[in-house]
Write a protein that binds this ligand. Structure first.
Ligand code: ZN
Length: 318
């Protein structure tokens, strides 16, 4: 049996799993929607099912894998394998021993990391961040997450670094899903954008985006719904996306003024979908706030795409 590793990206809307070999090459993958009700044990079961499917696509059983890495939202403790306060997941306000539960179910070692940080490290090792000594990953999706590599090493701070989504872009500004005001995520996170779209519709703004959502059988404005609405020329969709990008530019520029990284990698569900289309707008908005603007960082869209989070998570297993 060759050395196969599993990776699971636990997201707010879907659970993506992969099985990769020792070079990081893909051998199998599977995905499931994230349960929208229940609690952590239900989410863990869906993760187990999806990983089993990916292993079977790779011709392996889960217990034959060297191990499985998990990129998790919330407060993911790599040492204890416990995940707490994952507010994008159903019933997950408290703590849950995710690594232990999955290790028992799958019969192999399971390691946990922060979802965005592992995805950024995946891009650093195998994707858009290759060859750079320092980078800031900005993961634009349900929320706005971040990950930092400095001097070739992940910078985790004391465990809570990289939360660019909760840097303040407007004092006393919009209410953020985290409960504070004026965070970048309150303007650019998909959840906050969806709430804003609902409000604007209630105030009488014409939009097709909710009809497109229903037509596509969704109950949330997923990134694919945003993409279809944009393609159909929906004005509210375009204006909310451009507004999000304006704030992303502000937040990223402030981070660059502080860290002076070589590269920005834009990932996440919205980042991967809209990164190329809005990169010029993002760069223009960012430049307005760069203190030293004659040597800007290189701007990249994440290359590992939808599988990047799960592939990055697999790197937790060495
Ligand atoms: Zn916040």
């Amino acid at each position: 049996m060759t050395d196969l590793r599993g990776g699971i990206d636990l997201g707010g809307t879907k659970i993506q799993t992969v099985v990769v070999d020792s070079d990081g090459s893909l051998r199998g993958e599977a995905r499931q929607p994230t349960p929208t009700s229940g609690g952590p044990p239900d989410v863990a079961r869906a993760m187990e099912d999806a990983l089993r499917e990916a292993a079977s696509a790779a011709g392996a059983k889960p217990e034959e894998l060297t191990g499985v890495g998990v990129g998790s939202p919330g407060d993911a403790d790599g040492k204890t394998g416990v995940v707490g306060g994952a507010r994008n997941l159903p019933g997950w306000e408290g703590s849950f021993p995710l690594a232990e539960t999955l290790a028992k179910a799958l019969g192999t070692e399971v390691r946990i990391g922060n979802d965005v940080q592992v995805a950024v490290e995946g891009e650093y090792a195998l994707g858009a961040g290759r060859g750079h000594d320092s980078l800031l990953g900005v993961w634009w999706g349900t929320g706005v997450g971040g990950g930092i590599v400095l001097g070739g090493k992940p910078w985790l701070g004391r465990g809570a670094a990289g939360e660019i989504g909760h840097t303040v872009v407007k004092r006393n500004g919009a209410r953020c899903p985290c409960g504070r005001r004026g965070c970048l995520e309150a303007y650019a996170g998909r959840a906050a954008m969806e709430a804003r779209a609902h409000r604007e519709r209630q105030e009488g703004v014409e939009t097709e985006i909710f009809k497109i959502m229903e037509k596509r059988g969704r109950d949330r404005l997923t990134s694919s719904v945003w993409e279809h609405a944009l393609r159909e020329g929906d004005a509210l969709t375009e204006s909310l996306l451009r507004r999000a990008v304006r704030y992303l530019g502000t937040g990223i520029a402030s981070a660059c003024n502080l860290l002076d990284v070589e590269a920005i990698v834009l990932g996440g569900g919205l980042g991967v979908r809209f990164g190329d289309r809005f990169m010029d707008h993002l760069t223009t908005e960012m430049h307005k706030h760069l203190f030293v603007d004659d040597n800007p960082p290189s701007m990249q869209v994440a290359e590992l795409g939808d599988l990047g989070g799960a592939i990055g998570a697999s790197l937790l297993i060495t």
